[in-house]
Design a protein around this ligand. Structure first.
Ligand SMILES: *Cc1c(COP(=O)(O)O)cnc(C)c1O
Length: 463
């Protein structure tokens, strides 16, 4: 999204929201189960509860803004992915969506594997007891230090992203007297977007080695020759917030094509294929995500069919959902500070967080829902924009939302589906303190990542 300076006037007048926000929802108090975590309800006083605890009590105990994560929901979603793919496939949770030691333990207990893409994520995973062989290490520019630590720890796979890295990992593994299991990440020329995908011959992006021009085949040839590497498969990740499976169909077709070429040229049938993550979730009632079992069925059928026609043994499949597991399990709770009606335009509602705890609206023009959760209201819906407290006019949390006309300072607002890419992308902009993540389960709430303090800030600033 571009924001450019322009004279006040016509462009400021385009206040009528687009699409589904053009009419207010029938009931502002309703909570669409699609966008809220599983145990979220309103109690008999109309106050939102999660894991059996109401948000007024949570706000009092933990402050705002804060992320509240429904642990049962997280575990249920992790388990659903695991069960859907069964024993013939591996589910790797993409740690970049949200990673903490508690989350690592839950994943371990639910039988999932874990993707990391930096030394920090690797350290978090190992310190919470995730067995190294269940960790995959990603990234387009892993440092030699990071690679060394990963190989030493014995990670289950390193996903190679460039020609340089093939040599670099082989060299480090050999130095350490290891043979490192690796996959090669290729780009297959599929650009997946939320509701469509584009299949092209080339892909203009920093990740992976292009299939086009024989580069991926050449990478495989080199990896097969290096003693420090055990090439176990090919990796492809086509995008994020995807609803349409046809992008995966094209990707799988092209990956299997490469597997066939490898067999024909080198007499090797690689045993694994990783189709990445990117499965979409519902941020608003307009989104219709698929269930894990539907996705598993579709992906397995696609790969099986492609392999049959290429007369290859069907490889073991891996998938890497991040958002689809953690995204829907958390909401951000904010307190309203000011309510500023701008005549004939809209009402600006300022909350006590903003782009420091949710950058996705500013970064990707992402859409979110928002509800008044500390009380019910029968007031008329008013077109609002929920904004943060940062010194930046692009500091928007929810661009267009209807909220009750009697909204007032002190009310609590909750933005659902903020489990993924919110705390993990949080910043200290304006020296705002990053909010805590509180796990809620069975009437108990427990901080899993504590709120940052001014002491934390000052400790980094060594004068
Ligand atoms: C980001 C990423 C994922 C997870 O994406 P989601 O949209 O959160 O499912 C999986 N694999 C790779 C390689 C990624 O870069």
């Amino acid at each position: 999204m571009s924001r450019s300076a322009h004279p006040a006037g016509p462009r400021h007048a385009d206040v009528l929201p687009e699409g589904h926000y053009s009419a207010p929802p029938a009931d502002l108090n309703a909570l669409d189960p699609k966008v809220w975590a599983q145990t979220v309800r309103r109690d008999e006083h109309g106050v939102l509860t999660v894991g059996g605890i109401d948000v007024k009590q949570l706000a009092e105990e933990f402050g705002t803004p804060a992320y509240f994560l429904d642990e049962d929901d997280f575990r249920a979603r992790a388990r659903a992915w695991r069960t859907a793919f069964g024993d013939d496939a591996d589910v790797f949770y993409a740690g970049k969506a949200f990673l903490s030691r508690a989350v690592v333990r839950w994943l371990h207990e639910e039988g999932l594997n874990l993707d990391v893409c930096s030394g920090g994520e690797l350290a978090t995973a190992l310190s919470a007891g995730m067995p190294a062989e269940r960790i995959a290490f990603h990234g387009n520019n892993k440092s030699t230090g990071e690679i060394r630590r990963a190989v030493e720890a014995g990670v289950g796979r390193i996903v190679l992203d460039s020609f340089q890295e093939i040599v670099r990992v082989a060299h480090i593994a050999q130095e350490l007297g290891r043979r490192q299991r690796v996959q090669i990440r290729i780009t297959v020329g599929v650009e997946a977007h939320t509701h469509e995908f584009i299949a092209t011959a080339h892909e203009d992006q920093k990740f992976g080695i292009p299939l086009a021009g024989g580069q991926a085949a050449e990478a495989v040839r080199r990896a097969l020759q290096l003693d420090g590497l055990e090439l176990i498969g090919i990796h492809s990740h086509i995008g994020s917030q995807i609803f349409d499976m046809s992008g995966f169909e094209v990707a799988a077709h092209r990956v299997v094509g490469l597997l066939r070429e490898i067999r024909d040229k080198h007499g090797v049938e690689l045993p694994e294929i990783d189709l990445g993550g990117g499965l979409g979730i519902a941020y608003t009632s307009d989104d219709d995500p698929r269930e894990p079992h539907e996705i598993a069925k579709a992906l397995t059928e696609i790969v099986t069919r492609e392999c049959e026609s290429a007369r290859l043994r069907t490889p073991r499949i891996s998938v890497e959902p991040g958002r689809a597991i953690v995204g829907p399990t958390a909401f951000t709770l904010y307190e309203v500070g000011t309510v500023k009606p701008l005549d004939g335009l809209r009402t600006y509602v300022s909350v006590d967080g903003g782009m420091s705890d949710n950058i996705r609206t500013a970064l990707y023009d992402a859409e979110y829902s928002v509800s008044l959760v500390s009380r019910p209201s029968d007031a008329e819906p008013v077109l609002c924009r929920v904004v943060g407290k940062h010194c930046e006019s692009g500091d928007i949390v929810v661009k267009d939302a209807f909220l009750p006309g009697d909204l007032a300072p002190g009310d609590l607002l909750a933005v659902p589906a903020t489990g993924a890419y919110c705390r993990s992308m949080a910043s200290n902009y304006n020296h705002v303190l990053r909010p805590p993540v509180v796990a809620v389960r069975d009437g108990e709430a427990r901080v899993i990542v504590r709120r940052e303090t001014e002491e934390d800030l000052l400790r980094l600033d060594v004068g």
